[in-house]
Ligand binder design. Structure first.
Ligand SMILES: *Cc1c(COP(=O)(O)O)cnc(C)c1O
Length: 399
């Protein structure tokens, strides 16, 4: 029995081996390892890819998000709204920027921030405070100044209503685009498509190896159209320097490696093709599942969304049972994410309880991520779907 991995980076690297090795060779020859020309080449190329004016390379996606939140103007003690069903890096970055996070629930079909829940939070769980920064959360007791929608599994959040609420309540919007390089969204109000990373005041990308665009190590980037935010982000990543030895603010050591930047430039040239291959694989799964009618809930793609399928996530009632069945059949799967953040141990004692965010909680119990990568074979996909159909009919009905 051959094993079907969850993710396959090796075939991608073998295909690009010569180019990747020459990146490393050139870094050795120049002895330039941090920042420099390789980073300066990659940044405008990635900015073009995202249809924005600035991309700022940093050491990892979590840095990108922290710097984006700070650079956009979130102040210490502010409340920043996000969703509970994301990787903990989202809330870590908000906390490490000095702010407090709070949650709104998700849409049950797309798993991204539900704009209706956001409106409800802003309209019913905040009071008008004194002064210019007017909206105060009754839960956190501090001003709500920003929102971080997460473009989960490669699909953008419903940005039109989020941006409209943000404008109405004067909130900053920082996209967590760490899973959505190249995803697009059709704005009904502006009547055109937008790329992930180009809709908010700023956005954060991760180039962790398993992401759609991955380094051979840690890396990330901030994107923005705003010159001031770009300048702040550049200073934050490099000890607050505006020029050598001029530390305008206190920053971080958050720079991007030259080797990683070179590798990212090589891989960026393939990203459109890889994303298209992921879309083909997603369509193939959809078709296979529709043929067997397994009762599996498939990923939902609204008309306004063109996702890049970082993950292909289905929902099943007995997720644990099915995952075991698949593992026994040599099929690797993942769960993104099993514990919603408001119930994770790190956030015990913050006043959250089970049933606070029922949609996110139910998703956490039922989601299962299937193997998904550009080189996934049609044969493997057939086997995955056959084994799922098999596993589900073996599941005893609950008495
Ligand atoms: C990967 C990821 C991050 C963090 O990126 P790192 O590069 O691992 O620091 C943040 N948010 C989401 C949604 C992610 O998937």
């Amino acid at each position: 029995m051959s094993v079907i991995p969850f993710l396959d980076l090796v075939s991608q690297h073998l295909e690009l081996e010569e180019d990747l090795v020459s990146v490393f060779r050139s870094a050795l020859e120049k002895a330039g390892f941090v920042g420099g020309p390789a980073v300066e080449d990659f940044e405008p190329a990635f900015a073009d890819f995202c249809h924005v004016r600035h991309a700022i390379g940093v050491g990892r996606g979590t840095h990108a998000l922290r710097f984006a939140v700070k650079a956009a103007g979130v102040q210490a003690g502010d409340t920043v709204l996000t969703v509970p069903n994301t990787f903990i890096a989202t809330t870590e970055a908000i906390s490490q920027a000095g702010a407090r996070f709070d949650f709104v629930d998700i849409d049950p079909h797309t798993y991204t921030m539900d704009p209706v829940k956001l409106a409800e939070y802003l309209e019913t769980r905040c009071t008008r405070g004194a002064g210019a920064r007017g909206l105060v959360s009754t839960r956190t007791g501090s001003p709500v100044t920003a929102v971080v929608p997460v473009h989960l599994y490669g699909q953008m959040a419903d940005m039109d209503p989020i941006l409209e609420l943000a404008a109405r309540f004067q909130l900053l919007v920082v996209e967590d685009a760490c899973q959505a390089h190249g995803a697009t969204y059709f704005s009904r109000s502006r009547f055109r498509w937008f790329r992930a990373g180009s809709m908010g005041h700023a956005a954060a990308f991760s180039f962790y190896p398993g992401k759609n665009l991955g380094a051979c190590g840690e890396a990330g980037a901030i994107t923005t159209d705003d010159d001031w935010i770009a300048r702040q982000a550049r200073m934050l990543r490099d000890h607050g320097q505006s020029a050598k030895n001029l530390h305008d603010i206190e920053g971080y050591n958050g720079r991007l490696d030259a080797v990683q930047a070179g590798i990212l430039s090589v891989k960026l040239r393939r990203l459109e093709t890889w994303n298209e291959q992921r879309r083909e694989r997603a369509r193939a799964y959809d078709t296979l599942f529709n043929d067997v009618r397994t009762g599996v809930t498939l990923p939902h793609t609204p008309r306004w969304s063109k996702p890049v399928h970082h993950l292909y996530v289905v929902r099943v009632p007995d997720r644990e049972g099915l995952q075991k069945h698949l593992a026994a059949a040599g099929i690797a799967t993942g769960i993104h994410y099993p514990i919603p953040l408001h119930l994770t141990r790190a956030y015990e004692g913050r006043g959250y309880r089970a049933s606070d965010f029922p949609i996110a909680e139910q998703a956490a119990r039922e989601v299962l991520s299937l193997p998904m990568y550009p080189t996934l074979s049609a044969e493997s996909q057939r086997r995955v779907v056959t084994e799922i159909a098999d596993g589900l009919s073996l599941t005893p009905a609950v008495a």
